[in-house]
Design a protein around this ligand. Structure first.
Ligand code: ADP
Length: 690
């Protein structure tokens, strides 16, 4: 056979534990047969000293196994290992006792006969050893099956082993039984078959766990137990006299069996050490990798021009970058560990402190979603000066759990100034536009009603176009004025006790004309117990309802019958998981407007409250929207201490929720009330008709 093939063959045996075990067991049988021939033909030197030497060797080997087991148990407490260690220790103890008893001194002291003591002590030591190993494997099996509940206390294990060992010692010392001489079948010493059979059962138990495939110790133990089995069944059970060939060979074979266990154990240990070494190496490599990744992350974070602040789930700062330090005036040592609200107080557009639950961090942590804000608020620096911010807060998710948030922000004071100038311009321009627009409306109306003489059909058609166009302009101007007022904090909110039910009924009547030509119906659901009046600004809330209702109608299917449901409910928001829990905990009246329309695409939902934003599907469904309505009512609801949010699924429909504190809207003293909604309704209606 070529050398390479032999090598491959060897490799196969080693990589397949079954083949290796089979080969060793076969070799053991062949050895045993050879030894049988030896036992038959060779006369041994019948000396007790030779026997003592062999017994001494067994003792040394068993003590070796016991001490390694205990060392392993100390490193990793495990009942099976303890039991194995104790089984070998018990064997060693009984062997030492036997050595002592058969010594000259012991013989005198105990006054027992040599042959029976040697016979019975060896018998009990082997029987107990195999029994303890069997118990160890049964415990391991139960542990595996029933988990940590099948726990056996180590003290119990020690006591059981001790008691059994003591019983075994007393048995052969005190009973002083004669050596049995019976002939059963081929066996001269049939009792000796018993430890052999028990070793076989234990062997099969260890084999059935399958651990021997990975663990050299179990592997060695199986072979060891096999040798003990052979030693008893083939040799000890055939011995007819003390120190005959069968007697010696059975003892030598037992020693070889224990030697196999020792080899298995040493192999296990070297493998363990190799594993530890390779794990150490792996850890070292991983550490290097982490270090490199961290250095990269650090450089990355520090090189970003925007300020970065990382907070944990309790909103305490865990990290800031250089830009943060130069933007806010706080250095890293001062900021880390502090609540973000303390280091970075937030002010709204009117200069009032923003409570924690309204801050983007809180919203991102509660909702588990990215929150973006721009130019709506400012941060106060360490020196108490402030700057307008544009920020993005992203929650940090680990296995679905929010463990903190990262906020990236920048100073947009300059942009804010430009925006304010733009708003002032829009506001002034809108004001200036209103007067000529009103004149335009009046005169068109007069022309249409024939005040300046009869107009023919064609002229009337043209005048109608001018009239509708100018009304739409009024609507836009109103929206622009309202937005510039709320943005600059000049809009008044004047809550007064209002009957919500009749306000909603009025709002529905107002938008009724929009339903013409559509198969859509509006339904309402009010609490059964009736509702108290609630303190809100009727003008403001009518505008909110109006915008939501016109959207619901506009984005509902034109032909297919559908329902718009307005529901009113009293709700308590307290738990973090609530959809609207970014509100201050407390009681709220929640009005929801649910439609079965086009819905909002998931990817665009986060932008829906942005100024001028319109989703792609809305651009198709209604070409003439402005994208200002939701932006405005969101701002005004937040200014009034409430909230506006939604849930939506594309092609299925949307539900918009408005929450008003049960105690009423927050009063706000400004210069102007909201621009009227009536014109809006009229113009929207015309927009639809067209
Ligand atoms: P407009 O309706 O004039 O476009 P809004 O600010 O009222 O402006 O709404 C902004 C965007 O929000 C809409 O363009 C549309 O994409 C989406 N939207 C609002 N309400 C609904 C709704 N009920 N169904 C589907 N999309 C809606």
């Amino acid at each position: 056979m070529p050398r390479r093939e032999i090598k491959n063959q060897q490799k196969k045996i080693i990589t397949h534990p079954e083949r290796l075990l089979g080969s060793v067991l076969l070799a053991s049988c062949i050895c045993a047969i050879a030894l049988l021939l030896v036992a038959e033909t060779v006369q041994f030197y019948q000396s007790v000293d030779f026997y003592k030497l062999s017994l001494g060797l067994t003792t040394a080997l068993t003590i070796g196994v016991a001490s390694i087991s205990f060392a392993r148990y100390a490193a990793n407490p495990n009942e099976t290992v303890l039991f194995i260690g104790l089984a070998f220790l018990s064997h060693a103890f009984l062997d030492i006792l036997q050595l002592f008893v058969i010594s000259n001194y012991g013989m005198r002291f105990f006054a027992v006969e040599q042959y029976p003591v040697i016979y019975w002590s060896w018998f009990t030591a082997q029987l107990l050893w195999a029994l303890l190993l069997l118990i160890a494997i049964i415990i391991s099996y139960l542990r595996h099956r029933y988990g940590p509940n099948a726990y056996v206390r180590s003290s119990v294990i020690v006591i059981v082993t001790f008691v059994l060992t003591l019983a075994a010692a007393l048995f052969f010392l005190l009973l002083d039984l004669p050596v049995p001489t019976m002939f059963i079948g081929p066996f001269q010493q049939p009792f000796d078959v018993l430890p052999g059979l028990l070793a076989l059962v234990t062997l099969l138990a260890f084999y059935s766990t399958g651990d021997w495939r990975k663990s050299p110790f179990d592997f060695g133990l199986i072979i060891g137990l096999f040798w003990v089995f052979l030693a008893h069944v083939l040799f000890a059970a055939h011995s007819v006299a003390l120190f005959d060939g069968y007697f010696y060979i059975s003892h030598v074979m037992t020693n070889i069996g224990v030697l196999f266990v020792v080899i298995g154990m040493l192999k296990s240990m070297t493998r363990l050490m190799q594993d530890v070494e390779s794990q150490e190496q792996q850890i070292e490599d991983r550490m290097q990798e982490i270090k490199r990744e961290k250095a990269l992350d650090d450089t990355f974070i520090e090189s970003i021009g925007d300020a970065i602040v990382v907070t944990d789930s309790d909103t305490r700062i865990t990290r800031v970058n250089k830009a943060f330090q130069s933007m806010t005036g706080w250095n890293e040592e001062e900021a880390v560990g502090q609540p973000v609200t303390k280091i970075l107080p937030m002010l709204d557009s009117a200069g009032a402190a923003v409570p924690y639950e309204k801050r983007p961090q809180a919203k991102a942590l509660f909702r588990g979603q990215k929150v973006e804000t721009s130019m709506q608020s400012s941060y106060v620096r360490k020196d108490e000066s402030h700057f307008t911010v544009s920020s993005t807060v992203t929650p940090i998710l680990v296995d679905g759990e929010i463990i903190g948030a990262i906020e990236v922000f920048r100073d947009v004071s300059k942009e804010k100034l430009i925006d304010e100038q733009k708003s002032t311009f829009v506001s002034v321009a809108s004001h200036q536009l209103r007067t000529p627009l009103t004149t335009l409306n009046w005169y068109t109306e007069m022309l249409l009603s024939g005040d300046a003489g009869k107009v023919n059909k064609k002229q009337k058609e043209f005048l109608q176009e001018i009239y509708q166009g100018s009304k739409r302009l009024v609507l836009l101007v109103n929206d622009l004025l309202n937005i510039s007022r709320i943005e600059s904090g000049r809009l008044t909110i004047a809550p007064e006790p209002t009957n919500l039910k009749s306000l909603i009924t009025d709002a529905i009547i107002e938008v009724k004309p929009l339903l013409e030509g559509r198969s859509c119906v509006i339904k309402t659901k009010f609490p059964r117990t009736g509702m108290k009046d609630i303190a809100l600004d009727p003008l403001v809330f009518r505008q909110v309802l109006h915008n939501l209702l016109t959207n619901a109608i506009r984005y509902s299917p034109k032909e297919k019958p559908s329902t718009i449901m307005i529901s009113v409910a009293r709700k308590r928001f307290a738990v973090k998981r609530d959809l609207a829990s970014f509100l201050k905990p407390g009681n709220y009246i929640v009005v929801s407007v649910k439609d079965e329309g086009i819905g909002i695409p998931k990817t665009q939902q986060h932008r829906i409250f942005e100024k001028f934003f319109r989703a792609d599907n809305a651009l198709h469904a209604a070409a003439d929207g402005s994208g200002l309505g939701l932006y405005f009512i969101k701002m005004i609801m937040e200014a009034a201490g409430g909230e506006l949010w939604f849930t939506s699924a594309e092609k299925k429909g949307s539900t918009f929720f408005v929450a008003i504190p049960y105690s009423g809207m927050k009063k706000r003293i400004g210069e102007k009330p909201i621009s009227s909604v009536a014109t809006t309704a009229m113009i929207s209606q015309e927009k639809e008709v067209r």
